[in-house]
Design a protein around this ligand. Structure first.
Ligand SMILES: Nc1ncnc2c1ncn2[C@@H]1O[C@H](COP(=O)(O)OP(=O)(O)OP(=O)(O)O)[C@@H](O)[C@H]1O
Ligand SMILES: [Mg+2]
Length: 278
């Protein structure tokens, strides 16, 4: 198991290195070519369009695929992920042991539904469940990204509008704490040419920890997001993410929600609302 985890980290490193060259070029898409469809239209397309081409994405252990779909009028790509692995005990590369380990496409579907509940649906690609070559998986609308956050950092590129950038990033951080992603790599944050952020790949999120992972990452919060977090209920999350999250995964998420809200309330008491909320 240790080996698997190491080889996975290695595979990811190779993938990300490759992505700076070949992949990045292949993925740089002109935003003006992006079809202007509603969520319902994208869902319809993802569910029913014909798969006309397929390429394996990198050498990652979970082998996601880039599929090209066509409904006769529109041709567009999508990311297919079918990993669905469970282990009672998982030994991680850093020596820690994780209990009730799950690496699953279910979490890509759950993350999208949760984002919608929180008004963050413009940060995660539209995703449906679909069968391809006999395997069920998540199929996500291919977003027109230009650079991964990993490469932006490496190349020391600064966004033109730092405030707008930070505000997007703070939302990503709140979401990441809420879902407790054990794989929040910078390769899972994609940036478009106009500096919009897309957050992808949640197959190792939704752990059953009731504590926050890295609360120090919580610096500021969007006002509407905090309000939505306050309103989020166990029943609603369980219902909207059905059947992708178990009751204990939702219970843990709600426990973390309490902690995120309490964390920001404390920050507000210390620094004043203007310094914390935007
Ligand atoms: N919806 C999407 N739109 C655009 N690009 C995507 C999308 N989904 C995935 N990609 C691209 O494919 C790469 C691999 O996908 P993903 O992050 O889901 O799996 P992975 O990290 O390679 O797999 P593993 O979980 O095994 O490490 C991403 O880093 C990104 O470059
Ligand atoms: Mg990834």
């Amino acid at each position: 198991m240790f080996y698997r985890r190491v080889s996975r980290a290695f595979a990811l490193a190779v993938c990300l290195a490759a992505a700076s060259g070949v992949l990045a070029e292949a993925n740089t898409q002109n935003l003006s070519n992006e079809p202007n469809l509603t969520e319902e239209q994208k869902i319809e397309f993802l569910l029913h369009a014909k798969v006309v081409d397929s390429h394996e994405l990198g050498v990652g252990i979970t082998h996601p695929w880039r599929l090209t779909l066509s409904d006769g009028t529109l041709t567009h790509d999508a990311a297919f992920q079918s990993v669905d692995e469970r282990k009672t005990v998982m030994k991680l590369a850093d020596g820690r042991t994780e209990f009730n380990f799950r690496d699953s496409y279910d979490f890509n579907l759950a993350a999208r539904e949760l984002a919608k509940l929180l008004g963050l649906d413009d940060m995660l690609p539209v995703t449906v469940e679909r069968k391809w070559k006999g395997n069920s998986g998540s199929l996500s609308w291919w977003v027109p990204w230009w650079k991964m956050e990993l490469d932006r950092k490496k190349e020391k590129l600064e966004p033109p509008d730092a405030e707008a950038w930070n505000r997007q990033m703070y939302k990503v951080r709140v979401f990441d704490e809420l879902i407790y992603d054990t794989d929040p790599t910078l390769g899972n944050v994609l940036i478009t040419q106009d500096w919009k952020i897309w957050r992808i790949d949640f197959t190792r999120a939704f752990r059953q920890n009731h504590d926050l992972r890295t609360p120090k990452d919580l610096v500021q919060c969007d006002r509407q997001l905090l309000e939505k977090l306050r309103q989020l209920s166990y029943e609603e999350v369980l219902d909207k993410t059905k059947p992708h999250l178990s009751k204990s995964e939702v219970k843990a998420l709600i426990a973390r929600r309490e902690k995120i809200v309490a964390y920001f309330e404390k920050l507000i008491a210390q620094k004043g609302e203007g310094a914390v909320l935007y």
